[in-house]
Design a protein around this ligand. Structure first.
Ligand code: SF4
Length: 417
């Protein structure tokens, strides 16, 4: 993959050395425990004696995030004196967004689409960056009417564009598009807009909503209830009787792989039963395509599953609290052991207290005695696709400090170098 120029403050020499080493190891044939896929997802052990840290094989900045950060900082550098706006948060990481604002970039909307700066104050002389999530066709048109060249400063991730292309193919084959995603998430709003331009579309948030949608397919619920139940989640002119006869599923790129699979499998079975099809003929009513999760989502989730095979005392997941991909890593860890979702090392207040985010209730909570009184303490660590590695290193440094250990960074880098 391409190497991007990302500000050095986001990098961690230690983690860079670990990732480089692991990548090289992946290339070596005949690893004794090579997985079937040919890739090794086992975590990396950092053994500090009284504390053992297991780092997930894949975590941190993905292709789309690095690409977006590189474009944003380059745009600032190349355009002194110009007003530069971002449509909304660049990525879901508070540190990166704050740094961009410190460089003079202003946000036009908040993460939920609420206008912070009116569009009519923007002129053709300004620069507007499209974030990695992409944007809706409506906003793109609005900006183009003002005279903004949206294509020049567009950081939309190619893996998001891939979802839009898949939607187009599904639409061309006369299927309605079911989008598995978070209705208010920037990426899902953008995908919904692109999908709706080609075919009838509806968003389902989870399996519960999918089951509700299925009742309209089978006719168990009167069609007119759909419009209030799925308010804000269906395309204009959606006709329940007509538009649920042939369907295909795409996903927000950062959903939980198992949820996405369960939703597609469930809807396929509903169509098979409703239309007396077989698995072989299901495609008459259900577009049988693979999910549209991106490589980073797949790799990070697989790495977490593999990391969870290690008997550990707790897990720490680092990332922005509104980051979808990070919350799914938390979800996986929570199934197995006490998990603390933090957005920086500062949330680790002491060896006894930690502030962590409960993403189910969207509140920050204080936990005490989170480190068990035993040795060695085994801690699993991972981070989301928009989290700088420097933050993960900060977390490791803080934890080792509690065990009166200095992080012998240079020694460790040599070990992995
Ligand atoms: S998480 Fe995936 S889709 Fe999103 S920016 Fe990263 S690579 Fe692109």
């Amino acid at each position: 993959m391409k190497n991007f120029e990302v500000p050095i403050i986001y990098r961690s020499p230690l983690i860079a050395a670990i990732k480089k080493k692991r990548k090289e190891m992946d290339k070596i044939k005949n690893l004794p425990d090579r997985r079937q896929s040919g890739r090794d997802f086992t975590p990396t052990l950092l053994d500090f004696g009284p504390v053992q840290i297991y780092l997930a094989r894949h975590f941190g900045f993905c292709y789309g995030v690095e690409n977006a950060i590189e474009i944003a900082f380059r745009t600032v550098e190349e355009n002194p004196g110009k007003r530069i706006f971002l449509l909304s948060e660049m990525i879901h990481n508070p540190q990166v967004n704050a740094d961009l604002q410190a460089h003079g970039i202003q946000f036009l909307q908040d993460t939920y689409g609420k206008q912070l700066i009116p569009f009519d104050t923007i002129t053709a002389k300004d620069i507007v960056l499209i974030p990695a999530f992409g944007t809706t066709l409506e906003i793109e048109e609005k900006l183009n009417r003002i005279g903004i060249q949206t294509e020049k400063y567009n950081t939309t991730c190619p893996f998001v564009e891939k979802v839009w292309n898949r939607s187009e193919v599904i639409a061309k084959n006369n299927y309605t598009i079911i989008i598995h995603g978070k209705p208010k998430h920037e990426e899902t709003r953008a995908t919904f807009s692109h999908a709706s331009a080609n075919a009838a579309s509806v968003i389902v948030k989870n399996i519960e909503e999918t089951k509700k949608l299925a009742k309209y397919i089978t006719g168990e619920i009167p069609a007119d209830q759909f419009y209030s139940e799925f308010n804000g989640q269906y395309s204009e002119g959606f006709n329940v009787e007509k538009d649920l006869q042939r369907i295909g599923v795409v996903n927000q790129t950062t959903m939980l792989a198992s949820d996405t699979q369960a939703i597609a499998d469930f809807l396929k079975q509903i169509m098979i039963h409703k239309y007396n099809l077989t698995t072989a003929s299901a495609e008459e009513r259900f577009a049988d395509t693979r999910d549209t999760l991106c490589y980073a989502t797949n790799d990070n989730q697989t790495a977490v599953k593999e990391m969870l095979e290690t008997a550990a005392d707790l897990a720490i997941v680092v990332g922005g609290y509104n980051s979808s991909n990070t919350s799914h890593l938390v979800e996986l860890c929570e199934e197995k052991l006490p998990t603390y979702f933090i957005n920086s090392e500062e949330k680790i207040l002491s060896a006894d207290k930690i502030l962590y985010f409960n993403f189910h209730n969207k509140e920050e909570l204080l936990a005490t005695r989170y480190l068990p009184e035993k040795t060695p303490v085994k801690i699993l660590i991972t981070s989301g696709a928009s989290c700088p590695d420097a933050l993960v290193e900060g977390v490791i440094r803080k934890l080792t400090h509690f065990f009166t250990l200095a992080l012998r960074e240079e020694e460790l880098i040599r070990q992995f170098g």
